[in-house]
Design a protein around this ligand. Structure first.
Ligand code: NAP
Length: 478
């Protein structure tokens, strides 16, 4: 097809998290700059938009709200039609997208937990970070019950998700009072018992993936003492060079060093002593333990009772096991060892990296293979689960550049059925109750109303049926 064309460009974006919304933003910017008509249908399996921004960001991180407002504003553009509660692969399939759109962008993110591949992961009390995060963030598809009775917990991994999980474990219901967590989660936090949370790094502190701001924040949590063993800070020359040349790694190390120094300054001769003293003073304890690799989650009667760790030796970037083990008595283990994307029906998937094979966002038929015309990808399913929310903006912009270059070069095919109503009809025929923008506005208004009643900005709904009911009532009112 030749471009410009007299009919609008029709794009399907599958996924309405940050990457999907930023892809819409890039497309709209192009349309504005080139005075082109564009229509974007944004599908999401959930009845509500914003993906990980809504169901992945910790509720005690209100500074993310600025980003939320930007995404809300982009999503409100009338050229974007939100179609929530529509699952790609069942409610709508690849063949449908080919028939109704010039191109499709897959931005479905990553919300499954990677496995540590050690025995005991299936014990009661062993959790993936994503399971906990989606619970406290009110994801409608997760069990509303969460057992917060563990007094001692281990969080495996030294990235920002581990910090979110550890911080939320030591939070009290009062500290979460002003947040947007759903009512059942608020209730759940009244039963929280965590006293000591250990964060486990399999390598030395120079290789921790925390960002500085997120790590420093742990020192500001009310009622929490952070304990770092000075002995854990020993490292080798390669690690030292790394933290000296990498600003973030250097700042993270310096913060850990401060906590280690505080232990000595406070007159404690060991981290155990520092922990006991903090507990005796009515504090909760966050304890970092580095150079320890989990080898088994220990259980009794099907429940977690401990975590077996093998000491590792500082050896630059490499993980060198020593054979020396120690058992940490814990009632719960949370693995925050990275997320994993799920494969999408009829879309190539590289199982090794859990991403869609792509070249700068153009979907390839296999890793290193040929581009499939009209199919694109953005965000974590494109590049893997790394980077902050803003990283998805440049990632999505790159994808959209490739899409527009294909458009200009005539590599996109005009859809057989471009009428926007035909997609609504198709979903209705299949009995899919799509949540459109108006229905989402009704859900949003309901959440703000619930929040206002409790003196908060918002209280999230977390039940799919309740969300759909709000949407239905909006349709009835109009
Ligand atoms: P991450 O930063 O990649 O950290 C994963 C951690 O798990 C690493 O410390 C890794 O250690 C460890 N790990 C992996 N496999 C392991 C195993 N088998 N045993 C023990 N440890 C293991 O991933 P993430 O924490 O899931 O975060 C994902 C992305 O989201 C990151 O870019 C993060 O910054 C971002 N995020 C940002 C915020 C925020 O800005 N507030 C909040 C949450 C997440 P090795 O290094 O040794 O592999």
């Amino acid at each position: 097809m030749t471009w410009p064309s007299t009919s609008p460009l029709r794009i399907a974006v599958v996924g309405s998290g940050p990457a999907g919304v930023y892809a819409c933003e890039s497309l709209l910017n192009w349309a504005d700059e080139n005075e082109q008509e564009i229509v974007i249908d944004q599908f999401d399996a959930l009845p509500v938009p914003f993906g990980l921004l809504r169901h992945g960001v910790a509720p005690d991180h209100p500074r993310i709200k600025g980003i939320a407002n930007t995404l809300y504003a982009i999503g409100a553009d009338p050229r974007i039609r939100f179609l929530g509660n529509v699952e790609f692969g069942t409610d709508i399939v690849l063949e449908d997208l080919r028939r109704h759109y010039h191109a499709a962008i897959f931005a479905t993110g990553a919300l499954a937990d990677r496995s540590m591949r050690i025995p005991g992961e299936d014990l009661v009390g062993s959790h993936g970070a994503a399971e906990f995060v989606t619970w406290y963030d009110g994801h409608p598809d997760v069990d509303p019950e969460w057992d917060l009775s563990a007094e001692r917990a281990a969080v495996v991994g030294v990235g920002n998700v581990a910090l979110d999980v550890a911080r939320m474990l030591v939070r009290t219901a009062e500290q979460l009072e002003a947040t947007d967590i759903p009512e059942h989660v608020r209730e759940g936090f009244h039963g929280t018992s965590a006293e000591v949370v250990s964060v486990i790094g399999r390598r030395g502190p120079a290789w921790a993936k925390f960002t500085t701001l997120e790590l420093r924040e742990m020192g500001k949590v009310e009622g929490l003492t952070v304990v770092v063993d000075p002995a854990d800070l020993d490292d080798d020359e390669f690690s030292r060079e790394h933290r000296e040349s990498d600003r973030r790694a250097g700042q993270v190390f310096a913060q850990l060093e401060k906590w280690a120094a505080a232990m000595t300054e406070n007159g404690h001769s060991s981290p155990d002593e520092a922990e006991e003293s903090a507990l005796a003073a009515g504090q909760k304890v966050l304890r970092f333990r580095f150079n320890r690799s989990p080898v088994e989650i220990l259980g009794e009667d099907g429940r977690v009772v401990g975590l077996r760790l093998e000491r590792t030796a500082p050896d630059g970037e490499r993980l060198q096991m020593t054979g020396e083990t120690e058992d940490l008595a814990v009632d719960a283990v949370y693995r925050a060892v990275g997320y994993r994307s799920a494969a999408l029906a009829d879309i190539p998937f590289d199982d090794a990296t859990a991403t869609i094979p792509n070249s700068a966002g153009r979907v390839l038929d296999s890793p290193g293979g040929e581009p499939i015309p009209g199919l694109f990808t953005a965000g974590w399913i494109k590049r893997g689960p790394s980077g902050v929310i803003g990283t998805n903006r440049s990632c999505a912009a790159e994808t959209v550049r490739e899409l527009l270059s294909d458009l200009e070069d005539g590599r996109l095919t005009a859809p057989e059925s471009p009428d926007p109503q035909s997609v609504r009809d198709l979903l209705a025929e299949r009995g899919v109750e799509a949540v459109d923008g108006r229905a989402w506005e009704a859900i949003d208004a309901r959440e703000r109303g619930l929040g206002e009643a409790g003196g908060r900005e918002r209280t999230k709904l977390a039940n799919r049926e309740a969300m759909l009911a709000e949407g239905r009532s909006a349709r009835t009112r109009s």
